[in-house]
Design a binder for this molecule. Structure first.
Ligand SMILES: *[C@@H]1O[C@H](CO)[C@@H](O)[C@H](O)[C@H]1NC(C)=O
Ligand SMILES: *[C@@H]1O[C@H](CO)[C@@H](O)[C@H](O)[C@H]1NC(C)=O
Ligand SMILES: *[C@@H]1O[C@H](CO)[C@@H](O)[C@H](O)[C@H]1NC(C)=O
Length: 486
């Protein structure tokens, strides 16, 4: 019986291999591209294309322009470097200015797929950090599209966009209007719309989705008239364009600060000088102040964000929702998303031995809702503490750090408010869970052993591999961390 079964399986595998459906080389507007195909199960295959340029290497503080194309077949088998950005300790930069590339996963059965829905992901990272492939733990990439593509029978696309100074510095005038990172995102979406049919996708069924700054980006993309007709559906996880941190309303001031740090004038010569300055220095100058408190939360320090430039964003986001009228839109929050920020602002929420004063939580609520007025802050606090009762216990307060990430209690700390209505709240540890193998938010199978930034690295590594391959020491965690931003 076992032998029979073995023969059957071998035959099935051979047939499976013989029938392997694959696109082979694909014609795109820039030229031919060749990816790789591999089996992901019985009669299930995955075509993967990595590192296809969707625009030319960008000019500094300039909008992206089309790629001139290539003659030979482009080998699209490796991720390209992320866009130049600060490393995690903000001591140096990683990545490259030549970074406008995308990656595509196409699920195949016995015949080559056609007309598949397409999902395009926009990563988060505070408009300062991030890459299309996500953090890398020993060759496990956080934003590997295979799991979603295989389970959902959809095409998945990830891509790089510029972040930090090179992506969002704005002089507040026509010299360097800003929003380069948003233009990159738009160019990637438009490229997908123009080319995805050749990969078996339906250009009229594109869903964009993103997390944190990527969630806000998704919202900006559907609000901008530039994407008219390109997007059918959109999902914002833990960030929308109405979040106070999502728009920089005083970009000139911050641009001048950066200019001074790199020795450029702050007059009409500023932008020309910034463009010829070493991009590493300009990137390093776009650092975020890490000293925070409940009344001065870290998100207040995010200054390299999108701007109302009168072009990509013709007006305040809340006046542009009419542009998204034909787009199905979900905005929500990944539970525990934002935990990392809360622990920076109120460290005691992450310490079981230290009680968190109620006043601190109130101060944070008020500070995070500042742009909506004091009433909004009080309402945020009341919503957040609705289950606390009149004498909150430490265990109530420690919900902030310990509740099950998938339960519906208000386990989060950062609220974005619009007219006293909670628009979104956010945290970090499960923010990327849509990409992880065998993690299904609806199963509530995850716990959140988050005690510090470093624990997140371990958690993600654990979730990716489902096993810890070596003992954890601080030294090894540091090493792991160093490999994250490759
Ligand atoms: C887009 O794809 C989804 C998922 O397969 C499907 O339900 C929907 O009908 C498609 N829409 C269009 C317009 O093709
Ligand atoms: C929000 O407030 C603005 C004015 O501040 C008002 O115009 C708008 O109608 C309000 N929106 C809702 C949903 O109440
Ligand atoms: C660190 O990791 C290496 C494997 O990369 C392992 O051999 C070593 O035992 C680990 N050290 C500690 C202290 O966990």
């Amino acid at each position: 019986m076992m032998a029979m079964l073995g023969v059957f399986i071998s035959v099935a595998l051979i047939l499976g291999t013989a029938n392997a459906a694959s696109l082979g080389s694909v014609y795109t507007e820039g030229g031919m591209v060749q990816g790789k195909s591999h089996s992901v199960g019985l009669f299930r295959y995955m075509d993967v294309f990595k590192g296809i340029p969707f625009a030319a290497p960008p000019g500094r503080l300039e909008k992206p322009v089309p790629h001139p194309g290539w003659d030979d077949v482009l080998k699209a088998t490796d991720y390209r470097m992320r866009c130049m950005q600060l490393n995690l300790l903000a001591t140096d930069v990683v990545g490259s200015e030549d970074c406008l590339y995308l990656n595509i996963w196409i699920p195949q059965g016995n015949t080559v797929s056609t007309n598949l829905p397409v999902m395009v992901f926009i990563y988060g990272g505070g408009f300062l950090l991030g890459g299309g492939q996500g953090a890398n733990f020993l060759d496990n990439y956080l934003y590997d599209g295979q799991e979603i593509a295989d389970r959902g029978n959809v095409i998945v696309v990830t891509f790089n966009y510029r972040v930090g100074s090179l992506g969002f510095l704005s002089s507040g005038d026509a010299d360097a209007p800003g929003n380069y990172g948003l233009w990159d995102q738009h160019n990637a979406i438009a490229w997908v719309h123009r080319n995805i049919r050749n990969f078996g996708g339906n250009p009229d069924n594109i869903t964009i989705f993103g997390e944190s700054a990527g969630g806000a980006s998704v919202n900006f993309q559907i609000l901008s008239p530039k994407n008219n007709g390109l997007i059918r559906r959109a999902i914002s996880q833990s960030g929308v364009a109405l979040c106070p941190w999502a728009v920089n309303r005083n970009p000139r001031q911050y641009a001048e600060e950066i200019a001074r740090k790199v020795g450029c004038p702050t007059d009409s010569g500023m932008v020309a000088c910034l463009r010829r300055t070493d991009p590493k220095a300009v990137t390093l100058a776009g650092n975020v102040k890490f000293s925070t408190s409940a009344s001065e939360p870290i998100v207040h320090n995010l200054a390299l964000s999108p701007v109302i430039d009168g072009d990509f964003l013709p007006a305040e986001p809340d006046t542009l929702f009419g542009n998204a009228a034909d787009i199905d839109y979900i905005a929500g929050v990944n539970d525990m998303d934002g935990h990392i920020f809360a622990t920076l602002d109120i460290p005691s929420v992450n310490n079981a031995l230290v009680s968190t004063p109620v006043e601190e939580v109130r101060a944070l609520s008020v500070a995070l809702s500042e742009s909506r007025g004091l009433d909004a802050g009080i309402a945020t606090y009341e919503e957040y503490t609705v289950n606390w009762g009149s004498k909150p216990s430490d265990s109530d307060k420690s919900q902030v750090s310990k509740s099950n990430p998938y339960d519906s209690s208000p386990s989060m700390n950062v609220f974005c408010r619009e007219n006293n209505t909670i628009m979104t709240q956010y945290v970090i540890s499960n923010s990327m869970s849509s990409f992880l193998p065998h993690s299904d938010p609806n199963n509530g199978e995850s716990s959140v052993p988050v005690r510090s930034c470093l624990w997140i690295a371990i958690l993600v590594y654990w979730r990716l591999t489902k096993q810890l391959k070596f003992l954890i020491s601080l030294e090894n965690i540091t090493k792991l961390y160093a490999t994250v931003l490759e």
